[in-house]
Design a protein around this ligand. Structure first.
Ligand SMILES: NC(=O)c1ccc[n+]([C@@H]2O[C@H](COP(=O)([O-])OP(=O)(O)OC[C@H]3O[C@@H](n4cnc5c(N)ncnc54)[C@H](OP(=O)(O)O)[C@@H]3O)[C@@H](O)[C@H]2O)c1
Length: 260
């Protein structure tokens, strides 16, 4: 019996690594994508040793068009097709927009938005004719409202949520599932990379990467349009979705001023 293949971006740490581990446990072989090849090799070895999964390492910086193109080709391939795509790689930046390095902000858009769109297109184009496949796009609660000091990141995640929900409706009835995962604070390397002052965030607001990944993949298996992991995030997500932006952006701005 051949095992179905899942491709996970950002599989070298955090939520992506947790998704890769769960997919291996659930019977998939893996294609692991990120920049840190050593870390990906270590994850691949663990998945082979623990779950008997064949895990192929595809080192790529998804902000570099030629390297992104290589991953797109793998997603589009009809031989040994990718059955599950997890578009998880992403990063954030923190600070007043005009003070941030502009090239870094553009790279953030290239990774969080452009790479995700290109890989969704490549995978869907081989999945729809086969009448099967599944795509999980990782967004954030930060995408539910404008985020002062987090302007670019919040906007990229607003895009990811809106885009994924729309494509979900387009693919209804095709046999291809697409869900958007909307995590809140999750214990990974994310906050350190983004230089987010997260030490003041109370413990009850945090989730573990394994729990977030499990909720995302379970929701994808049921083809839920949107998956918000954890009760606290569900309440926050509902509040920011139904509250006018004029209120949430002011509130967000005040909270961030007081905590920095
Ligand atoms: N942690 C949170 O609180 C939180 C909350 C909401 C949403 N999210 C979202 O969850 C997703 C995963 O983040 P995480 O929390 O697991 O953070 P993380 O531990 O920092 O993982 C980010 C992953 O993205 C990869 N990556 C970064 N830049 C890349 C690039 N240019 N090309 C290819 N891969 C790249 C990293 O691998 P390399 O460094 O090896 O390339 C790493 O595997 C992101 O989309 C993030 O926006 C996180």
């Amino acid at each position: 019996m051949t095992r179905p293949i899942a491709l996970v971006t950002g599989a070298s740490s955090g939520i992506g690594e947790a998704c890769a581990r769960l997919l291996a446990e659930r019977g998939h072989d893996l294609v692991l994508v990120a920049r840190d090849e050593g870390r990906l090799e270590a994850v691949a070895k663990e998945l082979a040793d623990t779950h008997g999964a064949a895990a192929h390492v595809l080192r790529a910086d998804l902000t570099v068009p030629a390297q992104l193109g290589m991953v797109e080709d793998r997603c589009r391939a009809t031989e040994a097709p990718v059955e599950v795509l997890v578009n998880n790689a992403g990063f954030g930046s923190f600070g007043a927009f005009h003070t941030l390095d502009l090239d870094g902000e553009i790279r953030e858009i290239q990774l969080n938005v452009v790479a995700l769109v290109r890989l969704t297109h490549a995978a869907a184009s081989q999945m729809v004719p086969r009448g099967r496949g599944a795509i999980l796009n990782v967004s954030s609660l930060a995408g539910h409202q404008p985020g002062p000091m987090n302007a670019t990141y919040g906007a990229t995640k607003a895009f990811v949520t809106s885009f994924s929900e729309a494509v979900h409706e387009e693919l209804r009835g095709t046999g291809v599932a697409i869900s958007v995962l909307v995590p809140g604070f999750t214990r990974t390397g994310f906050q350190e990379t983004a230089s987010v002052p997260a030490s003041a965030v109370p413990g009850f607001m945090w989730q573990e990467a394994d729990d977030v990944a499990r909720a995302g993949l379970d929701g994808l298996a049921k083809n839920r349009a949107m998956v918000t992991p954890g009760n606290v995030n569900k309440v926050l997500g509902t509040f920011s979705s139904i509250t006018p932006h004029a209120i949430t952006r002011r509130l967000g701005g005040e909270i961030i001023k007081r905590s920095t």
